[in-house]
Design a protein around this ligand. Structure first.
Ligand SMILES: Cc1cc2nc3c(=O)[nH]c(=O)nc-3n(C[C@H](O)[C@H](O)[C@H](O)COP(=O)(O)OP(=O)(O)OC[C@H]3O[C@@H](n4cnc5c(N)ncnc54)[C@H](O)[C@@H]3O)c2cc1C
Length: 498
């Protein structure tokens, strides 16, 4: 039976993709209800309080903070950013240290070049080449205007002209891993620096693009922390008339023949809709909300080949410290190896959040650290029973604290433990596959996952969320939400410019 009034869209998940889809749907005149399993919006883009301190757990850089870019328009239309937004006064991507020496990847590329050459004169040629590649990578600006299948010849020409040097980067760095790339440098410190930020299996170009985004002033950190950004988007959504239901975990997408007709909950209740937009992790989508047979082949292939399509998570710890930490915001250190399961970790970072008053209380600031976690580490955490999990976590916190105090003696005795979390935390809270807070890592052997967001055999279902376009991240999530609405509008032969 056809319902009366506006056409209704049911969005599953109130993260960045779900909120963006909701806002664009309202702008296009639909009625929207978002169903979110948690009690707050934001999904992975959140933070939480411990002992009165705010632990910010997402934005290290937000692609699209540069005015005039398509992504900036998405962020402003959704209320994530505004014209008068203040950004963290951070002038470097990160610092790497090794054997008592350090180098900094400044936002100012010339300054980085000088500093790296000074640190390792024998690598001068490779360093200049690196800086040139980062410069070229500034041209790789995230296209958020419309889905690529809607691009016309003019769009391709425009894109080609604005990215004329970037293909050189892809040709040289698209098919080598960061680890492989790092071996071109003689200096052990520079080798570490190349592999510090992203997992070393990542295709090298990902790192170049990430650094270029920061260096180009297109990767700022909005002041007020990640949760506040999600709350601003929730506010925009509500002000436009959207309804968001918390503590509402969707159990099933209901199909009537080959048409999605609404969503069903654990208690058996059903909400009818003209369109359904799931934004949840695709593993949950095709193992719980929809029959597995609908999973596209490329996605199945990725889940079946974790070596080529790994995912990444973290073992993270947060502290409050009273010491003014003057070593830079994000600093990677060499540590006496820490063992988690069967793997050893010899590097970790310390990030100081004192730049944002939200993360400072009574003169103490929050600092965090992270040991990057893989599929294998996830399996290890999963194999522990409840008591083992707790005691392993506690023991690791002790080890991590000791390493921080060894690297930064000024922090000895000053670390007030706030919280520790693991890949299982992300699995529990966000239903994240293997605890991954990004989509599949782009490795040299794998192909980028690029789904169109529709499924063969199901009508009125439009998928969004970071998993449909690896390697994921906030811009991918937001753009996918917007694209889902544009796809619906296109099908209805309506204007897609919203
Ligand atoms: C520590 C950390 C650092 C990060 N740093 C950055 C960064 O610097 N830059 C960047 O671009 N990205 C970063 N990210 C990644 C970024 O947070 C994610 O890419 C993005 O938030 C994903 O958004 P999403 O909406 O696609 O998915 P999610 O955030 O996972 O949203 C999905 C939502 O669906 C809900 N849900 C799941 N199952 C159901 C169900 N059955 N019913 C109802 N609701 C359900 C979940 O609770 C969740 O709220 C980081 C993430 C983390 C955790």
């Amino acid at each position: 039976m056809k319902r009366e009034g506006k056409e209704k869209i049911a969005v599953i998940g109130g993260g960045i993709a779900g909120l963006t889809a909701g806002i664009y749907a309202l702008r296009a005149g639909f009625e929207v209800e978002i169903f979110e399993k948690n009690t707050i919006p934001g999904g992975e883009c959140i933070g939480w309080n411990r002992k009165g301190y705010h632990i910010d757990n997402c934005i290290h850089w937000l692609t699209g903070t540069k005015k005039g870019t398509e992504m900036y328009e998405v962020w402003t239309k959704t209320g994530a950013l505004s014209e008068d937004m203040q950004y963290a006064p951070i002038d470097a991507f990160y610092i790497s240290t090794y054997n008592g020496k350090s180098v900094t990847l400044w936002n100012d590329l010339k300054r980085t070049e000088r500093e790296l050459i000074e640190a390792s004169p024998e690598d001068e040629e490779e360093i200049r080449h690196f800086i040139q590649a980062v410069e070229y990578s500034k041209q790789c600006v995230f296209p958020a205007g419309k889905p690529m299948e809607m691009w016309g010849i003019k769009d391709y020409i425009r894109m080609g002209a604005s990215m004329k040097d970037f293909p050189k980067v892809m040709k040289e760095f698209g098919k080598i891993s960061l680890e492989e790339y790092s071996r071109r440098f003689h200096s052990p410190l520079l080798r570490k620096m190349i592999c510090d930020y992203l997992p070393k299996e990542y295709a090298a170009y990902s790192f170049l693009v990430s650094y270029a985004t920061m260096a180009d002033g297109n990767g700022g950190i909005p002041m007020g922390a990640s949760l506040q950004m999600s709350l601003r988007m929730e506010k925009t959504f509500k002000e436009l008339g959207g309804v968001i239901r918390y503590n509402r975990s969707v159990d099933e997408i209901v199909l009537d023949g080959s048409t999605a007709t609404g969503v069903k909950f654990t208690d058996g209740s059903f909400v009818e809709a003209d369109y359904v937009i799931p934004t949840v992790d695709t593993h949950i989508l095709f193992h719980k909300l929809l029959p597995e047979k609908y999973m596209p082949r490329e996605l199945r292939g990725a889940y079946d080949a974790p070596k080529t399509y790994p995912v990444t998570s973290g073992f993270q710890v947060a502290y409050a410290v009273s010491t003014e930490f003057k070593r830079g915001e994000t600093i990677f250190i060499e540590i006496d190896p820490i063992r988690i399961g069967s793997r050893e970790f010899g590097r970790m970072y310390v990030k100081a959040y004192g730049y944002d008053p939200v993360c400072v209380k009574d003169g103490k600031q929050v600092i965090q650290t992270c040991l990057s976690q893989s599929d294998e580490d996830y399996e290890y955490w999963k194999s522990l029973d409840k008591d083992e999990y707790r005691s392993v976590k506690e023991a690791l916190v002790r080890e991590v604290s000791r390493r921080i105090e060894e690297a930064f003696p000024e922090l000895a005795g000053d670390l007030e433990f706030l919280d520790a979390w693991t890949p299982l935390t992300y699995e529990r809270y966000m239903h994240a596959y293997h605890g991954s807070y990004m989509s599949f890592v782009t490795t040299p052997g794998g192909r980028q996952i690029k789904m169109k967001g529709t499924l063969k055999g199901i009508r009125n279902l439009y998928i969004a969320g970071q998993w449909i376009n690896s390697p994921g991240g906030l811009p991918v999530a937001a753009a996918s939400g917007k694209f889902a609405i544009q796809r619906i509008l296109k099908k209805q032969r309506r204007d897609i410019n919203i």
